[in-house]
Ligand binder design. Structure first.
Ligand code: C2E
Ligand code: MG
Ligand code: MG
Ligand code: MG
Length: 276
């Protein structure tokens, strides 16, 4: 009986592994065609200055509306896109689309685009950025690229050279999800960042955990010593925002300030700032 149970467990395991692998393959297949089939959409989430409440810009977040599976979250399809290489055409589409959109706004607000480690390692992403800026006419200082620490765990020298080229255009670099990687301090020392984005796990714990608050305070001190502004991600409540104001955090982003929305929801605000 024990043997039967074991066999059953093993078979179940194999079947579900098979299913997962099959599902990933199907998704990868569909991903290659997602751009051409116009299934991808960008959402925009506002980033604000904590003290003045002024809008600094918007982070661009990718959505995939799959014809039969419905909307698939980026946490599910980005890793697959990275694994199969489809992140290169998809990432290029995101960058071009976002820059083209922001170029129509007639204001100084920034657009923050997430850059995959695969893009930074495999594609000549500096040339791509240069080309897209020329094509769209977006001022380089209005473009920010968000990269996570894992982005530079691979070939550091090459990543560093690429980031320096991109920065030379006037584009800024933000380090995303800061505080979750294992080489935070070393990364900060070696890489030319313009902004630190504090991972949202700190926000969700800030009220209950004195440790989370102490870490936020320490990262703010670090950022300010390095003269790099700090943005807190995942601000969901008024009281979290009040804590950030108290602690002297520079910028914030999160559901309390605005959910990620399709561009039609933010355009009216653009027209107002352009007219003012
Ligand atoms: P991220 O760059 O750290 O983006 C922030 C994520 O937090 C977004 O999830 C956003 O919707 C979510 N978020 C914002 N405010 C709040 C809040 O107050 N509470 C909570 N609980 N969540 C909040 P999303 O859109 O699901 O994206 C997940 C991740 O997928 C992103 O994390 C980013 O790493 C990746 N991603 C999204 N779009 C792209 C893209 O165009 N290219 C690449 N390479 N990665 C992308
Ligand atoms: Mg991001
Ligand atoms: Mg983040
Ligand atoms: Mg993230």
């Amino acid at each position: 009986r024990a043997k039967d149970a074991l066999t059953e467990t093993v078979c179940f395991y194999e079947v579900s592994m098979d299913e997962a692998a099959r599902s990933r393959r199907l998704i990868a297949n569909d991903l290659w065609q997602a751009v051409d089939r116009k299934e991808l959409q960008l959402h925009y989430q506002v980033q604000k200055a904590v003290h003045s409440g002024e809008t600094i810009g918007y982070e661009v977040l990718l959505r995939w509306h799959h014809p039969s599976r419905g909307t698939i979250p980026p946490s599910e399809f980005i890793p697959i896109a990275e694994e199969c290489g489809a992140i290169l055409p998809i990432g290029e589409w995101v960058l071009r689309e976002a820059c083209r959109e922001a170029a129509t706004w007639g204001n100084e607000q920034k657009i923050a685009v997430n850059l995959s480690p695969v893009q930074l390692a495999n594609a000549d992403v500096a040339d791509l950025v240069h080309r897209v800026l020329l094509e769209t006419g977006l001022s380089p200082r209005r473009l920010e690229l968000e990269i996570t620490e894992s982005t530079i765990i691979g070939d550091k020298e090459r990543a560093l050279a690429t980031l320096r080229r991109i920065k030379a255009f006037g584009v800024t670099i933000a380090i995303d999800d800061f505080g979750t990687g294992y080489s935070s301090l070393e990364t900060l020392r070696a890489f030319p960042f313009d902004k630190i984005k504090l991972d949202r796990s700190f926000m969700s714990e800030v009220e209950a955990s004195p440790e989370a608050k102490a870490i936020i305070r320490a990262i703010l001190a670090l950022g300010h010593t390095l003269r790099v502004p700090v943005l807190a991600e995942g601000v969901e409540t008024r009281s979290q925002l009040d804590i950030l104001l108290d602690e002297g955090c520079d910028e914030a982003q999160g559901y309390f300030l605005g959910r990620p929305v399709p561009v039609g929801h933010i355009r009216p605000a653009m027209e107002k700032t352009a007219a003012a």
